[in-house]
Design a protein around this ligand. Structure first.
Ligand code: SAM
Length: 453
């Protein structure tokens, strides 16, 4: 919900989760109907509700990644947008199988020209395809297609190779990669409307996703069937495509209305760690998923992302990871028991402080010291991928006691990292920008001093 809200303050913590486990979905061969609720909280960044500051103005509610519609482009037609005129693309090819549930008719739609011939296949209703076709990102896909600067895996920098006990993984192959460097860009190959998981039986959904994978251009179809999750299932078996999706799909939001489970052929090779050295961002406008180093990555080191909420204790993380059938053996998870206990204690304290700060309770003392401790806890736990969350809170706390210089410092740090991973429209970006520009005019200015002499 864009704009400002009064008294019903919803800003603050978002959890970083991906790829998205599909609730109720076991990525094993289909055996039964698995219609389940798809919860928004299971992937990407979710802002939890919390009380805002005790003022009349307060942080805006989270703005979903915005959709921009083309006024001209219609589903299945050529654009009349003057910027795109003369650049033709093939329209959607519809598959042969459709399954209707109520008013929703789920079919396969494919465009082979997408992303320089990689192609894209969707399981969706025609109205979803219509809406997607009108988003700026999709209309712009031709421009994206023409952009040669997109290298899915930067040549000479990364290598996909077998990693002990993990299948394949992506490794730094060239020079040392500095923190904040973009390391990979990828675009969707296969997208599924999440409603299909609740509306259709597993068998019917499996029909559609198999056709979606088979309709991709040959090289992309082969790359898709090579992804993990389908081992032991012949390519033509009913459940293989669905099993692969279960293990590799990310939740992607395009605008306020559109959401998909999306497979990216290159990003899907990146394994999990609980203190990952890479963070990612899906830009709904360009349809690109970009991965950034958030720590220095040395040659030979594996690139890792977080699949689950990393601000949870180790047991909770491990039990969430069981969806992907592995136990995490990263350095954060395999410490001697005493150190693991300390790590869990720190993680619990991190959660406690975050929750406390997010209540904006004016009787709270030492909010600034708590926020600085929060930053240290993110650092010690190797959560650089989310450190902007801690910087955000520190900026608010210092502004709350009218310490403009420290507030500005933390707001700048928040923007420096946060902007790599989020677009300009995100509320925290808007908040931090306005604080940097005019700390005294920001809603948080002096809010901790209310009632003090
Ligand atoms: C999205 S895929 C990642 C790429 C995969 N390793 C491959 O060979 O294509 C997810 C699967 O990789 C494996 N995996 C990912 N992270 C792992 C880890 N930290 N330890 C062990 N296996 C892992 C699991 O089998 C998981 O189901």
């Amino acid at each position: 919900m864009p704009g400002w809200v009064l008294m019903n303050r919803t800003l603050k913590s978002y959890s970083h989760m991906s790829p998205s486990p599909i609730p109720g979905f076991s990525a094993n061969p289909p055996t039964a109907c698995f219609c389940r609720d798809i919860q928004a909280s299971l992937s990407l960044f979710v802002w939890s509700a919390s009380l805002g500051p005790p003022s009349q103005t307060c942080p805006p509610a989270e703005i979903a990644e915005h959709t921009s519609t083309s006024p001209t482009h219609q589903f299945g037609q050529f654009t009349t947008d003057p910027n795109l005129m003369g650049k033709t693309w093939s329209s959607w090819r519809k598959g042969s199988v459709c399954h209707r549930v109520g008013i929703n008719d789920y079919c396969v739609y494919m465009q082979s020209s997408f992303n320089k011939g990689q192609g894209i296949s969707l399981v969706a209703t025609s109205s979803t395809i219509d809406s997607l076709s009108k988003t700026r990102g999709f209309v712009n896909r031709l421009l994206i297609t023409l952009d040669d600067s997109i290298a899915p895996v930067a040549p000479g920098i990364l290598q996909t190779r077998p990693i002990k006990d993990k299948g394949l993984g992506v490794v730094a192959a060239g020079n040392t990669i500095k923190s904040n460097t973009k390391v990979m860009v990828d675009m969707p190959a296969l997208m599924i409307d999440p409603r299909a998981f609740t509306d259709l039986s597993q068998e019917l959904l499996s029909d559609l996703v198999t056709e979606a994978a088979d309709m991709l251009p040959t090289a992309s179809g082969d790359a898709f069937y090579d992804l993990s999750g389908g081992e032991g299932l012949p390519r033509d078996s009913q459940g293989r495509a669905l099993a692969i999706i279960g293990k590799n799909a990310f939740r992607t939001k395009i605008g306020e209305q559109l959401e998909f489970h999306t497979v990216f052929l290159n990003v899907s090779r990146v394994n999990h760690a609980c203190s990952p050295n890479v963070a990612y961002y899906f830009d709904p406008i360009t349809m690109r998923k970009s991965l950034y180093a958030v720590q220095t990555i040395y040659p030979g080191e594996e690139l890792t992302i977080g699949y689950v909420d990393l601000t949870q204790p180790s047991q909770t993380r491990q039990s969430s990871l069981s969806y992907w059938n592995f136990t995490c053996s990263c350095s954060r998870c395999t410490q001697p028991s005493r150190r693991l206990r300390e790590s869990d204690d720190r993680t619990a304290q991190l959660l406690g402080i975050r929750n406390k700060l997010d209540q904006y309770d004016i009787s709270l003392r030492d909010g600034q010291a708590m926020a600085e401790l929060l930053i240290a806890l993110y650092e010690i736990e190797g959560l650089e991928a989310r450190i902007h969350e801690a910087y955000y809170r520190a900026a608010i706390e210092f502004n709350g006691v009218e310490n403009r210089w420290k507030a500005t410092k933390f707001a700048r740090l928040c923007l420096d990292r946060g902007l790599l991973l989020k677009d300009e429209t995100r509320p925290f970006v808007v908040q931090m920008r306005s604080l940097v520009e005019h700390p005294e005019g920001h809603w948080s200015w002096g809010f901790r001093l209310v009632g003090e002499q």
